[in-house]
Design a protein around this ligand. Sequence first.
Ligand code: PLZ
Length: 451
Amino acid sequence: MTTSSPEAARLSAPESGAPHIRTEIPGPRSRELHAQRTAAISDGFGVTLPVFIEKAHGAVLEDVDGNRFIDFASGIAVTSVGASHPKVVERVAAQAAKFTHTCFMVTEYESFVRVGEWLNAHVPGDWEKRTALFSTGAEAVENAVKIARRFTGRGRVLVFDEAYHGRSLLTMSMTAKEHPYKAGFGPFPTSDVVRVTNGNALRSGLDTAGALAEVERVLAEEGPETFAAMVIEPIQGEGGFNVPQQGFLSGLADLARRHGIVFVMDEIQAGLGRTGTLFASEHEGVAGDITLTAKALGGGLPISAVTGRADIMNAVHAGGIGGTYAGNPIACEAALAVFEVLEDPATLENVARIEQVVFERLKPLVDELPQVLDVRGRGAMLAIEFADPDLTPRPDLTTAISKACHQAGVLTLTTGTHGNVIRLLPPLIAEPELVAAGVDILVAKIKETLA
Ligand code: PLZ
């Protein structure tokens, strides 16, 4: 095997032998392990598909019973360069052998600086930038709010309908959906987090101008000078892969700047090649004052970043931000490997091919099947929404179809405020033929379920 990318990390359908189902799903060994999990692990963790993974390569996951799945989840948009990219494996192993941790707040190491430099150079925004590294997406969001507060001297945060920003106390407040994220976990800082319309093309009943006018109305009512930050996902992930209406993001950027509000682009799910450009906000020609990355950044290792205008990022006093594991050296090495893969033009070309093979299979279903409301997304962040013709969401269909896909060896995820969306998040390096094979199975299961 060569170590060039993305070929090194991917396998075509016949080579990978996926999907390959040799037991019932979950298989006997997975069921045994799941029983042990139930006895040891908090019931608070849900699970999409209770199979235990033994090994994984590219876009193929193999479980402990020898079943192989086509991976349309990527660990929720994390293993974008594949499950065990050789460059990630090599850098991680080499760093682990040198040292695993020092804490960047105690003594420094070079990879932290190099990750920051790469992000400063590639994140949208034609201004001098600085980066701060953390470990999780929620931590990046929390720190963006802290930094924006320090910079503006203001307290409040503007967020959007159907938003997802994390599970920590502040980010959970910023997340829209009650179940399962917020139920029973309040109270929340409700007067500090204000929610406005996302101008959802299918459901808000607003066009771009109408949605922007509504945001402006709420800002005027609440006092725009009370807001430190406006935080938005360039394509909403957990909210249902909602692509903003054209001009909405740029209109928001204008509004934020007019009122001295820090415009924060949460690219945690949509960023780093996922939508076919390095950052999803590039599709709209928009740049956040601050841009957040996580998930794909570490190729499977936990690392997140806050990258923004130097004057904003440097408004914080020394010691004001940080964390024991922030920008851990092994995770930084993994990020540097991810950057090498993203810089290879073949990677984004492959994402364009993935979009093509998925759309050519799914888009015709909108006209063929009355319960298929919409097929949308960009690049390798694609979704299909199920509803009755009167728009009543059909989460029962997504559940049934997803389950059928899992049984057939295709790991799909559901999403959306109403749980009625199936989303596809294959690794960016997934062989288009493998993606096509997986989508063909999905289409067959949709047709069987709707028959
Ligand atoms: N911002 C846009 O998508 C994480 C959540 C899965 P963490 N999304 C997956 C779940 O049910 O917990 C996410 C995101 C956006 C922030 C986050 C939070 O990132 O790394 O999970 O903290």
